[in-house]
Design a protein around this ligand. Structure first.
Ligand code: P6P
Length: 299
């Protein structure tokens, strides 16, 4: 079944369906760009990171498409310093976008992706207010996974650029994969104890450097992704709005959970678009373990 027909069959809000379809239509455009707009650009984003030409290009493609459609009122992206308000918006949706998460991996042909958070209004709200989330993963297959609060569903892009259903009502299984970001030498004591506990239980390390790809693997095979707070960086590395919240919404809808170590990350209200956060995302068992270790550590 094609994505559009599936959205209709599920009785998805018409305007929200149009927005999801818009992103699905950009997937082919971005994928084609991988062969042309490569190599680092000469600019830096708000985080001081060199912007890959592809990051900037994909950001512009998505922003232009959203502006032209007028389907959203607010657009926040990881590549833009400020939230964009769309002139003449016909809906009140807000979207948060990481246009190409893991983009530095394109040069070594590893999977990267576009991460999108969908809000009924402004985007500086807790993740549990989202009306949905989606990500497009550019790997051996190009897939689109979305939720609008009624299950998590995965589609695969065909030669014609259209997405057909691959898996409905995806749920995170029990599994023993862990994706540990940050340097071991910088682990805080409770985090070191957590990682050692997982390793003692036989968890296998799978970390690619692309958050969206690593979380996708854990969504399908079980386990946990973490990019924690670490020595000198209480907020860790990853972005709350563009990485943690949308992928956390997805995993939570699939029966997992996301935490900053102290509690549900989806309860956190962002203070700005550039907020960073420690992230633990995956199975509820692993999340309960880290939260108990943090609580017991008194930090
Ligand atoms: P490190 C990519 O730059 C990213 O934001 C995430 O996709 C990924 O999980 C993380 O950073 C990788 O960080 O420090 O291992 O390079």
């Amino acid at each position: 079944m094609e994505l559009n027909d599936f959205l209709k069959e599920k009785g998805t809000d018409e305007k929200l369906s149009q927005l999801i379809m818009l992103f699905s239509e950009q997937a082919g455009v971005i994928k084609e760009g991988f062969l042309s707009a490569r190599g680092a650009a000469d600019t830096k984003n708000v985080y001081g990171e060199t912007q890959m030409a592809l990051d900037k290009w994909a950001d512009e493609v998505l922003i232009d498409a959203l502006r032209e459609s007028r389907l959203v009122r607010w657009i926040a992206t990881e590549e833009q310093p400020d939230i964009i308000e769309v002139d003449g918006a016909i809906n009140q949706f807000g979207v948060t976008i990481d246009p190409l998460d893991g983009s530095s991996l394109i040069d070594v042909n590893l999977a990267v992706g576009t991460i999108v958070g969908l809000y009924q209004g402004h985007v500086l709200e807790p993740g549990n207010t989202m009306v949905g989330a989606l990500y497009i993963l550019y790997g051996p297959l190009t897939t689109l996974t979305y939720t609008t609060g009624s299950g998590v569903h995965e589609f695969v892009m065909g030669e014609d650029g259209r997405f057909t259903l691959m898996q409905e009502n995806l749920t995170i299984p029990d599994g023993k994969i862990y994706a540990p970001g940050a340097l071991r030498k910088d682990y805080l004591p409770y985090h070191k104890q957590f990682i050692e506990q997982l390793e003692s239980e036989g968890y296998k390390l799978r970390f690619s450097g692309s958050f969206v790809a690593d979380v996708h693997q854990i969504l399908h095979k079980g386990g946990l992704f973490t990019y924690p707070a670490f020595a000198g960086k209480d907020s860790g590395k990853l972005r709350l709005l563009f990485e943690g919240t949308p992928m956390g919404k997805m995993v939570a809808e699939a029966g997992g959970a996301i935490s900053n170590g102290r509690g549900n990350l989806l309860d956190v209200k962002p203070s700005s678009v550039s907020d960073r956060t420690p992230i633990y995302v995956g199975g509820k068992r692993e999340i309960a373990l880290i939260e108990s270790l943090v609580k017991g550590s008194g930090t």
